[in-house]
Design a protein around this ligand. Structure first.
Ligand code: PLP
Length: 373
């Protein structure tokens, strides 16, 4: 049996809606399907949202909106995707890497306070695998030191912290609709703007620094260049694909969460035997079925397990090489050893998890992992 790591979702009204955008001859951004998608997210977050070309560009918008200047310091976990760092580096920020917790690879709040200086401007919690960071503690710290919270909620669609949606805690939050995510538009993302005052500027930055949106709404006679900006809005083809999945988002979530729980329940026996650790979900967090990982007892066991599964036709992968020790950053890093970051980076294995994963395929993956041990 050959089981790929990911199979992008391809059901629903995707073809119909893409065909419709072609017929409407409305392929640029901010058309019917962008508006419909944003309306869904505005209601879900009770905030203003903008579709973007990627989660990366949503983070870049958040960095622009936070007025990051050269030398400003931004605290992020080292255990994350490069875009969490690049978005701020592009604005000249100094990236300050923090460690993650020993029991779950989310930002470790206890280590953050000593990283804060009078140049610290932003803190970026990344909710790994859609499992919430401890937002009460992070918010308390941010308030105490007057820091902006930007949530990297790339994995976090429809997940929550103490019942409140992830994406609502930061002044800005970024979600991703890359093809590996729960719903996808090939490449795509969302910026959640949680304060009214920021929205007007967000809309301008989204449209290359112009007042084009106000013009299209008939509020002004001509549109002008009024601010810095870029082309952050996706084409209607991407938005049509995304909207076709928003329509059936509950069905998609249900199946992904079901797959997550099946891995968890059936691999529990390996945890009981001391072979692996399963994800430890804090009681304040939820599972949104974005990704499933196991923690092996050592890097060697993890690498052997990946090779074994690959040989058996199962594409399982490692996740996140630490950013602080990357070829690009290692010479610039002068902080502490980030022990938990290194541990998770060496010991985590990600298993295939997507809507189209068939029951017999998941059974085969579980059986093969058990055979390995
Ligand atoms: C934590 C995190 N942040 C940001 C991104 C960037 O999202 P995108 O690939 O949509 O640019 C990713 C990508 O998967 C991610 O894992």
């Amino acid at each position: 049996m050959q089981i790929s790591f990911n199979r992008p979702f391809n059901k629903g009204n995707a073809i119909k809606y893409i065909q419709e955008t072609l017929s409407l001859q409305q392929l640029g951004g901010n058309g019917k399907f962008t508006k419909k998608s944003q309306l869904y997210f505005n209601q879900y977050f009770s905030s203003k949202t903008l579709l973007t070309t990627s989660g990366t560009s949503a983070l870049e918008m958040a960095a622009l909106l936070s007025n990051i200047n050269p030398g400003d310091e931004v605290i992020i976990p080292s255990f994350t995707f490069v875009s969490t760092a690049n978005a701020f580096l592009l604005r000249g920020a100094k990236i300050v890497f923090a460690d993650v917790n020993a029991d779950y690879p989310n930002l470790s709040v206890s280590g953050i306070e000593e990283l804060i200086t009078d140049r610290t401007k932003v803190i970026v919690p990344v909710h790994y695998a859609g499992v919430a960071c401890n937002m009460d503690e992070i918010s308390k710290l941010a308030n105490k030191h007057n820091l902006i919270i930007i949530e990297d909620a790339a994995h976090s669609l429809l997940s929550s912290y103490k019942g409140k949606p992830l994406g609502c805690f930061g002044r800005f939050s970024a979600l991703s609709f890359h093809e590996t995510k729960n719903i996808n538009s090939g490449e795509g993302g969302l910026l959640v703007v949680n304060t009214k005052e920021d929205y007007q500027r967000a809309e301008i930055i989204w449209e290359k620094g112009t007042t084009r949106n106000a013009f299209l709404r008939g509020e002004i006679k001509k549109y002008e260049w009024v601010d810095i900006g870029s082309s952050f809005l996706p084409s209607e083809i991407n938005a049509a694909l995304l909207y076709s999945q928003i329509e059936i988002i509950d069905t998609i979530q249900k199946r992904r969460i079901e797959i997550w729980h099946k891995y968890f329940n059936e691999l529990k026996i390996l945890q009981e035997k001391g072979k692996v650790l399963l994800p430890q979900i804090p009681e304040y967090a939820t599972v949104n079925g974005h990704l499933f990982f196991l923690e092996c007892e050592s890097g060697k066991v993890r690498d052997n397990l990946i090779s074994y599964l690959n040989k058996k036709g199962i594409q399982a992968v490692f996740h996140y090489l630490p950013l602080h020790s990357s070829p690009f950053f290692s010479k610039k890093y002068h902080g502490k050893e980030l022990k938990n970051t290194i541990k998770f980076s060496e010991q985590i294995i990600r298993l295939p998890l997507y809507f189209g994963l068939k029951k017999d395929e998941q059974d085969y993956i579980i059986k093969t992992i058990k055979n390995f041990f």
